[in-house]
Ligand binder design. Sequence first.
Ligand code: ASP
Length: 316
Amino acid sequence: MTEQLRPDGSLRHLLTLETLTRSQIERLLERSQSFVRPLGESPPRSAALAGRTVANLFTEPSTRTRVSFELAAKRLGATAVNLEVQLSSRVKGESMLDTVYTLQSLHVDTFVIRDAQPGVPGLVATHVAPHVSVLSAGEAHLSHPTQGLLDALTVYQRKQRFAGLAIAIVGDIRHSRVARSAWHAFSRLGVSDLRIAAPAALMPDAEEFQDCSRHTQLASALRGADVVMMLRIQRERMGAADLPEDEEYFAAWGLTAERLALARRDAIVMHPQPMNRGIEIASDVADGPQSVIRDQVRNGVAVRMAVLAEVLGAHA
Ligand code: ASP
């Protein structure tokens, strides 16, 4: 696994939450919270990253993650450039590393990378110059560390604790980098009742999620839960033969108001988006009073500001 820390222990790259300590995660969450403002207020701004250049290199589609990294960089005074790699040099046969070297020569000092292939952010991290940082914006089905942080921040804002919470992650766990990063964050932060729930075909292998209870029925996962995190079926990561029918899936696994009533009355509902209303979640639940889905989006910018400030050593 690629080393994420500098010799002095500070964070240089963020590729996974798996190897971070609890106090490193807590520090990032505290820093993130300092960048959160209520909607309607202007977002925080500073010149802490003036002179820095952040490049977003995405080879998979993204709306929220790309935009929020861009806004985060700009709100800290950095320059941000966006490259959809498959549309530019990759089609000309240039490799990701060549693109990175080119951009590094143009004084890019932080790369934000999303790729469908495992290992790409780590590969780039081992090849960049010592002053350069790499942040994963989603690596295959394996890791989405800033999503894990924003999910943890959202839970903490509503519950003020992690100990003693029951958190159910529901849906296509097998192909979900969001589930893996949430699992890394929540287990490190001391959540003891972590539940994963999925039809058998979408359950991960037994060696993963070992400290979670496994549920092949939605009801048992929801009963008494404080947090319900719904996931999309990652169609792009499975063959057509493995795909469940939409209506059948909703009938067995869709989060409706009636099913949500099995969870605690003050349970919160999360979803990383993009959301398929009427497939994994009913519209009235997605927009209902227990939904914190829009808070997750807002928190995403704050988390990305904190991570950028942290790896670039800025006092923002
Ligand atoms: N946006 C999240 C991701 O990049 C979740 C999803 O696509 O379902 O993994």
